[in-house]
Design a protein around this ligand. Structure first.
Ligand code: NAD
Length: 497
């Protein structure tokens, strides 16, 4: 089997140990992944540190030229990359292409880095004194990414980090790392000097080595909440800048005046696209009034029955498999828990078999009604093709419900009522809000991030926040004395009078 290696200092490096990478549509191991131990991570940190001084001093306009070439190469290699994403993750080819395109938008934004790094200047802040702030790179920074977007989430991070003058170490998910590596290699082909982008693979040991390395100045993490929270605490305790994006439970509120056909159609994609393995997936439909719930369910049920499920690399499908067998077992456990706790399973995707792919990790669409806030299927992130319907009697009750949830990543309201939409957007304690837009993922020039236990840290991912995250501000005050002007000692803070 082909080995997926590390990329360190511009060279492919084998692993001390390996892990199997499986194709979730067949259940078969298809590649072997090199895994990094502490010594391998130290090698990557040393390579990134060595590359930093020259890259820091490369003018931003030249760094931007590398990003322009990178964008072009990503487009030229899109077909191969999309195939790799789909083969290891399981998502459909069309969805993989969508993910890649959203990732490329972040490269496009990074192409504007000379403009984004422009400092702030004030002339004559005191007699003969000018002052300015500029933004300087941090040094070696690292990114740790989840399985569900092996192309897009790394591209949220390193194009901007590197365009700002940092050098980078990526630790992609061990479940589907091949496209992440292939993309990083394209950045090198685009002209990033050796050591500017490095990739180390593995799991906990590699992450902990990055967290403990004094030369790593900042860490961007995207993954589940328990790991985000502990990584944030450990990284901050050792003086690093950390942003750690975590899990989610995204609610869509449906008001009685909503266009139910449109709401149901868009909810299908938002709940079941990518098999529900998206941090912005809608996993709860909050219906205001029993009549709204009944109409929505009646419209959803035949659509769920018609979902086309199969290997992601086949054309024209709605959903592929879940990423691993363990993950499918976890989702099945939630379905059983929901039944035990009294929720009504109106669409049951268990037992779905895809002919010719009996060993694949498939699960059909599931719909629960009469879900209550006490149930585990409501409280916890399932990360599978399971949509829960909760019934409430007013918009205010829906807002109160969502605000009481520990997660606050995304949410959406379906309505034709402008006042209700305005109130919802104002009062809801969630970081990304859609009005008749079920997946309100911000475009690349707005930043992405949730509230509450969906994000640990201050700054959101990509967009303008990324420029601030990957740089530190330096404020310079400068005086040039006029000829023969004598300086005098100032023992007191200037009072201005
Ligand atoms: P995960 O937390 O299991 O893994 C994320 C990364 O952490 C991987 O690189 C993994 O190798 C590493 N890791 C795993 N266990 C670790 C440990 N004990 N110590 C240190 N590192 C460890 O997440 P996942 O299953 O790959 O991804 C799914 C999760 O990511 C979901 O919870 C989803 O909501 C979340 N997610 C969030 C966002 C967001 O923007 N908020 C985006 C995508 C995914």
């Amino acid at each position: 089997m082909e080995q997926v290696s590390h990329l360190i200092g511009g060279e492919r490096v084998d692993g001390a140990s390996t892990l199997d990478i499986s194709n979730p549509s067949t259940g078969q191991a298809i590649r072997r992944l090199a895994c990094a131990d502490t010594a391998t991570v130290a090698q990557a940190v040393a390579a990134a540190k060595a590359a930093f001084p020259a890259w820091r001093d490369t003018p931003p306009a030249r760094r931007a030229q590398v990003m322009f070439r990178f964008k072009q190469l990503l487009e030229e290699h899109a077909e191969r990359l999309v195939q790799l994403i789909s083969e290891e993750h399981g998502k459909t080819l069309e969805d993989a292409l969508g993910e890649l395109k959203r990732g490329i938008e972040n490269v496009e934004y990074a192409c504007g880095v000379p403009e984004l790094l422009k400092g702030e200047y004030s002339h004559n802040v005191g007699p003969g004194i000018d002052a300015w702030s500029n933004f300087q790179p941090l040094g070696v920074v690292a990114g740790i990414t989840p399985f569900n977007f092996p192309a897009m989430v790394p591209l949220w991070m390193y194009p901007m980090a590197i365009a700002c003058g940092n050098t980078f170490i990526l630790k992609p998910s061990e479940k589907d790392p091949t496209s992440s590596l292939a993309i990083a290699e394209l950045l090198q082909e685009a002209g990033a000097p050796k050591g500017v982008i490095n990739v180390v693979h593995g799991d906990r040991e590699a992450v902990e080595a990055l967290l403990d390395a004094p030369d790593v100045k900042a860490i961007s993490f995207v993954g589940s909440t328990p790991i985000a929270e502990s990584l944030y605490a450990r990284g901050a305790a050792s003086g690093k800048r950390v942003q750690a994006l975590g899990g989610a439970k995204n609610h869509a509120v449906v008001l009685p005046d909503a266009d139910i056909d449109n709401a149901a159609t868009t909810l299908m994609g938002a709940a079941f696209g990518s098999c529900g393995e998206r941090c912005m997936a809608i996993s709860v439909a909050v219906c205001v009034g029993d009549d709204t719930a009944d109409r929505l369910i009646e419209t959803l049920q035949p659509k769920i029955a018609e979902l086309k499920v199969g290997p992601g690399t086949d054309k024209g499908l709605d959903m592929g498999p879940l990423v691993t067998n363990e993950h499918r077992d976890k989702v099945l456990g939630y379905i059983e828990d929901g039944l035990r706790s009294g929720a009504e399973l109106l669409a049951d995707g268990r037992g779905l078999s895809v002919p010719g792919h009996e060993d694949g990790f498939f699960l059909g669409g599931c719909l629960f009604d009469k879900v209550t806030p006490q149930m585990r299927i409501y409280r916890e992130e399932i990360f599978g093709p399971v949509l829960c319907v909760v019934r409430v009697d007013s918009l205010d009750a829906a807002i109160e419900l969502i605000n009481a949830h520990e997660y606050g990543n995304g949410t959406c309201l379906f309505t034709r009522d402008g006042e209700a939409a305005r109130r919802f957007a104002d009062k809801i304690e969630v970081g990304m809000v859609g009005i008749n837009v079920p997946l309100p993922v911000p475009v690349a020039y707005h930043s992405f991030g949730g509230w509450k236990r969906s994000l640990f840290g201050d700054l959101h991912a990509y967009g303008p926040d990324a420029v601030r995250f990957y740089t530190r501000r330096k404020a310079v005050s400068q005086r040039w004395a006029a000829p023969f002007e004598k300086a005098h000692a100032e023992f007191n803070f200037p009072s201005g009078s």
